[in-house]
Design a protein. Structure first.
Length: 224
């Protein structure tokens, strides 16, 4: 196994062991782009983490009448250490993802899909056990409404940009996107924050007044 692949898997193992809020705090402390909020845990509810495989969808029919279905290129490029991240900010109520795509991604072991836009076939994805987070839900097909403009390129997502290979972690609280070049810094800081949080929780259970725990330790949480 190549060293970069080994490092990636070690990073993902550490990422999956961390809480999203601790990761968000670490990102804030390091001055990186803040977490994305407002996504709905649409199906197979569980936290997921992986490296980004990206898709950009736009309004209208594909030029030249291309018959390749949106997101299929991303599914066929992705595997167990990936999250498929989709930009569907056309303003059109049309699904960026559906049940057959969920089944195909699950067959490849993909960690899950996140969408800045609508998803459909939520019951099917839930029965399949494939995790989807989306901005909104719909039953309206993409057919004749939107098409894939790009795959494997930077996309807009929330208030930030996701690049292929970025590290992503998401649960019901929100979604963090970590540039690959900063993953070591974020993991180290998030682990420090987690340890401080664990100490605070232990203090509460020892009977320390919560006003003391939250008034002192919490306010200094992000300090070195």
């Amino acid at each position: 196994m190549a060293q970069d692949e080994t490092n990636s898997r070690e990073n993902l193992a550490r990422l999956r062991a961390l809480d999203i809020c601790d990761l968000s705090d670490a990102i804030d402390a390091l001055g990186l782009e803040p977490a994305v909020t407002g996504l709905v845990q649409a199906s197979a509810g569980r936290p997921i983490a992986g490296r980004a495989v990206t898709v950009k969808l736009i309004a209208g029919n594909a030029p030249g009448g291309s018959k390749r279905h949106l997101c299929t290129t991303a599914v066929e490029a992705a595997g167990p250490d990936n999250i498929i991240a989709i930009e569907q900010r056309s303003g059109i109520d049309a699904a960026a993802w559906g049940g057959i795509l969920s089944r195909a991604a699950q067959v490849r072991g993909v960690a899950g899909t996140i969408i800045d836009g609508p998803a459909r076939d939520i019951e099917e994805s839930d029965r399949t056990g494939y995790t989807v987070y989306a901005r909104t839900l719909t039953c309206r097909t993409a057919r004749g409404r939107i098409h894939e403009a790009e795959s494997g390129t930077p996309i807009a997502f929330g208030d930030l940009t996701i690049h292929p290979g970025d590290y992503i972690a998401i649960d019901r609280s929100g979604c963090v996107v970590i540039p690959a070049a900063r993953i070591a810094d974020v993991l180290a800081r998030a682990e420090q924050i987690r340890d401080k949080s664990d100490d605070m929780a232990a203090a509460v259970y020892r009977g320390v007044q919560v006003s003391k725990v939250m008034g002192g330790d919490y306010e200094r949480m992000l300090e070195d």
